[in-house]
Write a protein that binds this ligand. Structure first.
Ligand code: ADP
Ligand code: MG
Length: 685
């Protein structure tokens, strides 16, 4: 058959595969599989190794295996539940197969004396080694066929065996040159897409499985990973492309910013000045800004945002500032009131009484209020802006993409957007996942900081800790004491209530207060201001204090069960101390025995105060998935592309992406759709 007769896989519905009826089609659609191309892009999440035939005696519990054996006995029992028990043996030992769900005819397939091949996963059962619901086949010509079998994401109504069968039918069609998946990338030196798809679904049994997994060295994996990254880049680059065609207000006046700057009690650091200049240059042009300002905890991002906001306020336009929590919104409100005065700045959270809220809405709609600070309440239905021109998102990774979009819809013109992040983003990641954003970085902390001294301490040395804290608070120190949970739902974790019991015995009840996320906001506010005013010495808290709280006199941070936290989060928490003149300490409590990985991670935190170094190390130890809370933001985690191992592929992906964004929108759309259908909402390519 000549190549021009191949049909495009995206033009064929899955129902064109034989055996796929209405019911199966509808099941497949739940997995996003509508066409044969979708089916072929339903990639394996792992593989089952069936390359070596084992002897039964060689099997160990909890491993995947293939054996051949003769059926010795078949029995059906009903206690404790209905099941079929099949005993097989080879010349080294015996193995039980258990089936809880089976069709009645299965008994007759398993005839005593028949040689069968069984593959599955072993476990230790009551009578020795067994396997539940294994795959099986009758051995015909005494031959063993080594296989690497793909494992797929499934949904109710479809089994692995079925999914494999469907995909292998589609693959057969490619091999017979009846269909093809069209290659949407510009020319490159990687292997062909169709060949790669075939190989990734059914690797050569002689190869090493690792080569086909994320980061692996097979040609197929690289080709697919490359396309995945290109697709990801396009979805962001296209936002940027569209942005280029949008026009928004420009801001050049910096008189107000200068006035505010000169009234500050401190001098901006060089990094703050350059970040401010970069952002000012962005909003001086008609293209809407899309910039991330990243800087370690306490590096002073807020004032930079404040000075930029001053440009907009000076021109009588509006700024919205979004904080992830009410506490943080309040704190920003206090700062901005100090810089801009009460008239211009309003706080908008869901807790504000309706009557008051209506008045605030009115002032916003009339343009009297220039700076609106709040939680997602600033997105709410009732809010209309007169001329919203700049949106600042603090701790951006806490907001979902859809929330961001909602706000954009409110603005008549497309506003400038500034994202603040205290989670430094390693370069390798920034290139991969944020290619649509410009980035400004504040590298160094203000000069008045003394680095936090961080130590680890085993739980069994708690007495020593308590003595140390007693002595410190007698010398006017203040302490944050952080627990991962409100109460202990897992026994080895110390909950805030357990800890309170301990503190009750050791400290005067006026010396400490408890704060956690489930409290009323008004209570939280009161407790925080008591702490700020030094009425209390110890703040017993959950991670509600993680983000942005600023109490310069607190200089001790105790973190319970520190091995349970992510490195970025530990670093954030630690950033609550080390903000004043006094030397600061962070004590990481942990269980008496640690895994090697946990030990390594805590060691990183004790050895450096540099958030960028921590982020890089975290990326190496954990992989990229969790660093930004990517799943939360709707940003992708990759199936095949490995942000670390594939640094060399990045440049090629970037080159291809830059070419693809010049192609017609329809073509760009196709690539993104294959990989990240959810991004389409975002980028309206
Ligand atoms: P973050 O970057 O974590 O949001 P903040 O903006 O809250 O940090 O700043 C932390 C603290 O540092 C604040 O109390 C702020 O007033 C102070 N600060 C900011 N810039 C400077 C500076 N250049 N010199 C001294 N203190 C500063
Ligand atoms: Mg901040």
């Amino acid at each position: 058959m000549s190549s021009d007769q191949k049909i495009e896989a995206s033009a064929l519905l899955v129902s064109t595969i034989k055996g796929v009826g209405e019911k199966l089609s509808s099941t497949l659609s739940k997995l996003g599989i509508i066409t044969i191309e979708d089916l072929l892009f339903h990639f394996p999440i792992g593989y089952q190794d069936r390359t070596t035939l084992k002897k039964i005696a060689e099997l160990e519990p909890n491993q995947d295996f293939v054996v051949q054996g003769v059926i010795e006995k078949v029995s059906q029992t009903f206690v404790p539940r209905k099941m079929l028990l099949v005993k097989i043996k080879d010349n080294t030992g015996h193995l039980y197969l258990r089936f809880f769900y089976y069709f009645p005819g299965l008994r007759n397939i398993f005839k005593e004396g028949t040689l069968i091949q069984v593959s599955g996963s072993s476990r230790l059962g009551r009578y020795g080694l067994e396997t539940v619901h294994p795959e099986y086949e009758i051995v015909k010509d005494n031959e063993f066929k080594p296989q690497i079998l793909a494992k797929y994401p499934l949904t109710k109504g479809i089994t692995h065996q079925k999914m494999r069968k469907l995909i292998s039918e589609a693959i057969e069609l490619i091999k017979l040159e009846k269909i093809e998946v069209s290659d949407l990338l510009p020319p490159h030196n990687f292997s062909s897409l169709n060949e790669s798809i075939v190989n990734i679904h059914s690797p050569d049994p002689k190869s090493n499985i690792e080569e086909f997994l994320v980061g692996g060295s097979s040609e197929a994996r690289k080709r697919i990973g490359l396309e995945e990254m290109v697709a990801n880049k396009i979805s962001y680059l296209s936002i940027r492309e569209q942005n280029k065609n949008r026009i928004t207000s420009t801001f050049q006046n910096d008189r107000l910013a200068k006035t505010i700057n000169s009234s500050l009690a401190f001098k901006l650091t060089n990094d703050q000045v350059s970040a401010y200049e970069e952002i000012s240059a962005d909003i001086a042009t008609q293209t809407p800004m899309l910039r991330l300002l990243q800087g370690d905890v306490g590096s002073g991002k807020t004032i930079v945002a404040g000075l930029v906001a001053a440009h907009v306020v000076e021109d009588k336009k509006q700024v919205a500032i979004l904080a992830p929590t009410t506490i943080l919104a309040n704190q920003h409100y206090q700062n901005f009131v100090e810089w801009f005065g009460e008239e211009e700045v309003k706080l908008l959270t869901s807790k504000i009484p309706a009557k008051e809220k209506r008045l605030i809405y009115e002032n916003i709609a009339e343009g009297k209020t220039k700076i609106i600070i709040g939680t997602h309440a600033v997105f709410q239905e009732g809010v209309t802006y007169k001329d919203l021109s700049l949106v600042i998102y603090d701790e951006q990774h806490r907001f979902g993409v859809s929330q961001r979009l909602k706000l954009k819809e409110k603005a008549e013109d497309y506003p400038h957007q500034l994202l603040l992040s205290a989670t430094p983003i390693p370069r390798t990641m920034a290139m991969g996942v944020l290619s649509g954003l410009d980035i400004s970085t504040i590298k160094s902390l203000p000069p008045n900081r003394t680095p936090v001294v961080t130590t680890t301490l085993q739980n069994n040395r708690r007495d020593a800790l308590i003595n140390r804290i007693k002595s410190a608070i007698s010398k006017n120190s203040q302490v944050y004491w952080v627990c991962p949970l409100i109460d202990e739902s897992e026994s080895e974790l110390i909950g805030i209530e357990d800890l309170e019991k301990i503190l009750k015995k050791e400290f005067n009840s006026k010396e400490y207060e408890i704060i956690h996320g489930k409290m009323k906001d008004t209570d939280k506010q009161r407790i925080l201001s008591d702490f700020k005013e030094k009425k209390t010495k110890i703040l017993l808290a959950t991670t509600v204090i993680e983000v942005g709280i600023d109490v310069p006199d607190a200089n001790i941070m105790v973190i319970e069960n520190s091995e349970r936290f992510g490195l970025a989060q530990l670093h954030q928490l630690r950033g609550r101390v080390g903000r004043g003149e006094k030397e600061s300490f962070c004590i990481l409590m942990h269980s008496d025995s640690l895994t090697e990985l946990a030990e390594k991670r805590l060691q990183i935190i004790t050895e450096t105060n540099d958030g960028f170094v921590i982020a890089e190390e975290d990326l190496k130890l954990r992989g990229p998935g969790d660093i930004l809370g990517l799943s939360q933001t709707g940003q992708p985690s990759f199936t095949f592309f490995d942000l670390l191992a594939d640094e060399t592929l990045q440049d090629e992906a970037e080159r291809l992406a830059q070419e693809v964004v010049k192609l017609p929108a329809e073509q760009q759309r196709k690539i993104v759709e294959r990989w990240f259908p959810a991004h389409l909402e975002l980028s309206d390519v």
